[in-house]
Design a binder for this molecule. Structure first.
Ligand SMILES: Nc1nc2c(ncn2[C@@H]2O[C@H](COP(=O)(O)OP(=O)(O)OP(=O)(O)O)[C@@H](O)[C@H]2O)c(=O)[nH]1
Ligand SMILES: [Mg+2]
Length: 299
């Protein structure tokens, strides 16, 4: 894209432990639900880029998979994705849940950041979920975390209720460097339509199905057809590697898959603002090593 006068453009990575509200914050900052949110840990599996443009400034926010405790064996690619996002960013937001004590996972992260030989972008601490915590304790929390790692700035917010987010937004817009934009003004994310639709279905599965099943499947949109009347026909498969998981997803008399399909379609219609015909099936695929062996559910 041609360099334009006075344009500001930058990238901000959002990282932190699982379930702290990273995706909720991304959606709030770009004012669109592009990254799926559930009460379960490890909802985000791959980096998601959200884009917001306002006035002369365009910001790319990268949502990353949450870091989890060493007792949870997650895919190594999660870590690679988090570091990739840090390296590519102009600064990064470390989001923490104000109610949680500082964990070994965070201490490990601080040590790795300090030991990095690469020059890293400035770190901003975002203390989230302040709607669930007392004001007095928040100041102590901020001091405690800043004693471990020196953050350039600290914000206290509730991504769910929107508290404190306008301060964070103003700071971001003021801090983004001068540079020409990377995307057209209308761009809101960089996902393909297929990936976007896959995630809408995965969100419903995470909410509907428990235990390890949602972590051991992939949703694949393998065909999309646009009809003359503007409706979209979408064919998706949920690929699983274990016959037991297939049976759980289908449910008695196909009850479960039917309900997943209806809710996924409604989500898609809401997000895209158009009518959709969804054809959803569960496919049993050949064995693949699982990426998550133990997953903690937290609220
Ligand atoms: N009370 C409260 N809940 C919040 C807040 N922000 C997020 N949540 C809730 O926390 C849960 C996790 O939110 P996510 O945005 O999916 O968290 P995440 O950090 O992206 O999680 P992973 O993708 O699993 O790493 C959801 O149930 C959110 O509604 C907040 O400010 N206050
Ligand atoms: Mg997430």
């Amino acid at each position: 894209m041609k360099k334009k006068e006075n344009q500001k453009y930058g990238t901000i990575a959002i990282l932190g432990e699982v379930n702290v509200g990273k995706s909720t914050l991304l959606n709030l900052l770009i004012n669109k639900e592009i990254s799926i949110v559930t009460h379960k840990a490890n909802t985000t599996r791959e980096k998601v880029r959200g884009i917001t443009s306002d006035g002369n400034t365009q910001i790319v926010l990268i949502d990353t998979p949450g870091l989890s405790s060493p007792t949870i064996k997650t895919d190594r690619s999660f870590l690679t994705q988090v570091w990739g996002a840090i390296i590519e960013a102009d600064f990064f937001l470390l989001v923490i849940d104000c109610r949680k004590p500082i964990s070994r996972t965070l201490l490990n992260l601080f040590n790795e950041l300090k030991a990095s030989v690469k020059k890293l972008p400035d770190a901003i601490l975002v203390i989230n979920k302040i709607d669930m915590f007392s004001k007095e304790k928040l100041l102590l929390k901020s001091k405690e975390v800043n004693d471990y790692f020196s953050f350039k700035k600290t914000f206290m917010i509730s991504a769910l209720k929107g508290y404190g987010v306008s301060d964070l937004k103003s700071w971001m817009y003021a801090t983004i460097p001068e540079s020409s934009w990377g995307y057209p003004k209308s761009a809101r994310h960089d996902m393909t339509i297929e990936k976007f639709l896959n995630e809408k279905t995965r969100e419903v599965i995470l909410l509907r199905i428990h235990q390890e099943v949602p972590y051991n499947l992939e949703v694949d949109t393998y065909e999309i057809k646009k009809l003359r009347d503007g409706k979209l026909k979408v064919w998706q498969s949920i690929n699983v590697y274990n016959a037991r998981y297939r049976a759980m997803l289908i449910g008695k008399s196909g009850h479960t898959i039917k309900s997943i399909s209806i809710n996924a379609r409604l989500n898609m219609e809401k997000a895209l603002n158009q009518k959709i015909h969804l054809f959803l099936e569960v496919k049993l695929k050949k064995k693949k090593s699982t990426s998550i062996e133990l997953v903690g559910e937290s609220h």
